[in-house]
Design a protein around this ligand. Structure first.
Ligand SMILES: *Cc1c(COP(=O)(O)O)cnc(C)c1O
Length: 241
């Protein structure tokens, strides 16, 4: 109940107040677990949020946007205040849409198949860039979710490491929807172990520097388990309609 009330209150407070509160709590959480606040980025997840409110978040100190849908990104792109701001793609990406976003985002968090990786590589080559990517891990082994399973990950990384116009920077996860933030901890712990494990394997052409996990209700826990990018929608913009 208490949590619901808190969220309700958030939806009527201003974006700028929310951003300030989130940035502050992230810094605090980092310091409390002995990490440097500078190694954690707060991403504003913009789905269903109008550009004016997204720009308000940018004006309040957000430097990173997370986009879920290709069409929505294309519609909003010109109206974002992009100076000093990076845009990452975080939603499920269809192979045939890669070319529409390849020049608009600086990282893709949701690489979950070899076919998709190959298409990103091809489109990146076409425009003369190297695209940074994260591999999405289906950490809860859920049938309904996209992502590579933890067991398949080493083999998958070997394969995509050969693509010259793609640079693997780390891992991303969306843990199962649990009833409490505390339950997410179990999955964050698993991701953290996986991340460290892969890092120690030192796969050629793979860098394990970024772990992207943690959303509105559990980002403070994610920081404890080493997250470098927390992806926040509801806590910043209120409930999506
Ligand atoms: C919507 C979304 C988020 C943000 O979720 P909130 O709970 O609203 O903070 C983060 N990551 C992804 C991939 C999303 O689709």
């Amino acid at each position: 109940m208490e949590e619901i009330w808190r969220m309700d209150k958030k939806s009527i407070s201003s974006v700028s107040d929310n951003v300030k509160e989130i940035l502050h709590s992230v810094r605090q959480a980092a310091i409390e677990c002995g990490r440097s606040p500078d190694e954690i980025a707060v991403m504003a997840v913009t789905k269903n949020v109008d550009t004016q409110r997204v720009n308000e978040a940018i004006d309040s100190g957000i430097h990173l946007l997370g986009e879920n849908r290709v069409q929505e990104l294309l519609e909003k792109y010109d109206d974002y205040k992009k100076e000093g701001v990076e845009i990452h793609f975080i939603g499920h990406l269809q192979t045939n849409k890669v070319k529409q976003i390849i020049d608009k985002v600086s990282m893709i968090h949701s690489v979950d198949s070899l076919r998709l990786a190959q298409e990103i590589d091809r489109q990146a080559k076409r425009i003369g860039i190297v695209m940074k990517v994260l591999v999405e891990v289906n950490i809860g082994e859920e049938e309904s979710k996209f992502g590579v399973s933890a067991g398949e990950l080493p083999q998958f990384l070997q394969e995509i490491s050969k693509l010259p116009n793609l640079s693997v920077e780390g891992l991303m996860a969306i843990p199962p929807i649990t009833s409490s933030a505390k339950e997410s901890e179990y999955y964050f712990h698993k991701m953290s172990n996986l991340f460290i494990d892969i890092k120690q394997k030192n796969v050629d052409n793979i860098s394990m520097g970024i772990l992207s996990m943690g959303m509105s209700k559990d980002y403070l826990y994610a920081i404890k388990y080493g997250s470098h990018i927390v992806r926040i929608g509801t806590a910043m913009f209120g409930f999506r309609s």
